[in-house]
Design a protein around this ligand. Structure first.
Ligand code: FES
Ligand SMILES: [Fe+2]
Length: 430
């Protein structure tokens, strides 16, 4: 067993490879860590090394470093808050983003809009109201709001005395997902919704999946990016060994390449479905390259065969549900390239669904265990030794909300309050 490289060295002095292969697209190219630097079950130091990690970061930056598990996701991005089919015509649908209640409504004409889910009158949830034409009517006294959140009717008041309305959110429906921009609405236009796997490409069939997971979104990013956890999936996948073969970092992204070798067991049926169309035999998987990328706040996973055919493309995001951000709802789009013979993938689809569900369940249970450990300890004691994950953590810290965020107020006075968590919560003092 080789020594684990000190965290400080990796965090501060990661060597930079300027090989031309990636230089054009990648501001920073970092060669793969040696396979021996993968997490070791024999690490002697099981003390609270996150404290030393923080101390190192603090020494470098001169600023206190927050516990990543308490970093709020940045709201100035488009987040899916529901699948299209969940918001039925003429109905409301209540969701949350990091504790902020939001009502989605599909009007009689089929348009979807998003408002603060809190009536300006007595703050009852608007999703308990009704869609009335192109507006929402609160279920209590009937105050009515249009798609901009403006109050357009109070049944017992004259039109000239209408009160303020509620906050509205930029809202778009794309490829079966309803996206909302929960942050500064002025930024919504300039921030594009990213490409969503290969959902728009007819050469691919896409599975939509996801469910609530009881953990901070950072655990989800780490779970997908750290392929050294194949042991967890040994019952589904057989014994696979992942090897990181390169990693790159840009201003708002980190990505890593892996190859895989089967050490024992049979190729699982789900994997055979993904690769079956690309190979004559199923076992030659050590030339495939899997690239996992976190481009804040989204994550992608792509698998290319040796001839560069993209056989699988995943787009996924983890949307915090509660204010503490200890739960998230995962939205994933998994595109599989169709084989040459029409219909084969459709026939195999139920097996692929079954396979991916089992994998997802194992991942969900283990990240929820991580969150429980964090909660019971009251802090992050992680002993992380895999360089890619330390880079990912730095990215998630840098990309996260600058401080904790509280949505407050209603109507056109709605504000988002930023405060420095190190100075304490001003709302708590008032
Ligand atoms: S609480 Fe909504 S109309 Fe009164
Ligand atoms: Fe996994």
């Amino acid at each position: 067993m080789h020594a684990v490289p000190p965290l400080e060295q990796d965090l501060v002095d990661a060597p930079v490879d300027t090989s031309p292969a990636h230089a054009a697209a990648s501001p920073e190219v970092i060669p793969a860590a040696p396979a021996e630097s993968a997490p070791s079950a024999h690490s002697a130091d099981t003390t609270r090394t996150s404290a030393s990690e923080r101390a190192t970061l603090e020494a470098v930056s001169g600023a206190p470093v927050r516990d990543l598990r308490r970093v709020g996701i940045h709201p100035d991005f488009w987040y899916p808050l529901a699948w299209s089919h969940e918001v039925k015509r003429g109905k409301t649908h209540g969701v949350t983003f990091a504790g902020d209640p939001i009502v989605l409504a599909r009007t009689e004409s089929g348009k979807v809009f998003a408002l603060e889910d809190r009536c300006a009158h007595r703050q009852v949830p608007l999703h308990q109201g009704v869609v009335d034409g192109e507006s929402i009517r609160c279920g209590y006294h009937g105050w009515t709001y249009d798609c901009s959140g403006k109050c357009i009717d109070v049944p017992y008041l004259g039109r000239e005395r209408l009160p303020n309305g509620v906050r509205s959110y930029p809202c778009r429906e794309v490829e079966g997902l309803i996206f909302v921009f929960p942050g500064d609405a002025a930024l919504a236009e300039e921030r594009p919704i990213p490409p969503l796997a290969a959902v728009a490409d007819p050469k691919y069939k896409t599975r939509r999946f996801g469910r609530p997971v009881n953990c901070h979104y950072s655990f989800m990013h780490e779970n997908l990016m750290d392929m050294n956890h194949q042991f967890l999936h040994r019952r589904q996948m057989g014994q696979m060994r992942a090897r990181s073969v390169g990693r790159r970092r840009g201003e708002n992204w980190v990505e890593v390449d892996y190859t895989f070798a089967r050490m024992a067991g049979q190729q699982p049926i789900g994997e055979a479905i993904v690769f079956g169309q690309s190979r004559k035999t199923g076992g030659d998987n050590d030339k495939d390259v899997m690239t996992i990328r976190t481009e804040y706040p989204y994550q992608t996973l792509q698998i290319r065969t040796s001839d560069q055919t993209l056989v699988m493309s995943l787009w996924i995001v983890y949307v915090p549900l509660d204010r503490e951000q200890r739960t998230n709802r995962t939205f994933g789009l998994l595109s599989i390239r169709k084989p040459g013979i029409p219909g084969v993938l459709n026939l195999a689809w139920p097996l692929l669904v079954w396979f991916t569900e089992r994998i997802f369940k194992e991942d969900r249970e283990i990240v929820e265990a991580e969150q429980r450990a964090h909660d019971s300890q009251g802090a992050d004691w992680n002993h992380e030794v895999f360089p890619v994950i330390n880079e990912l953590r730095a990215l998630l810290r840098e990309g996260g909300a600058p401080d904790q965020i509280v949505g407050a107020g209603t109507g056109d006075t709605a504000i988002i309050r930023f405060w420095d968590s190190r100075q304490g919560n001003p709302l708590a003092k008032s």
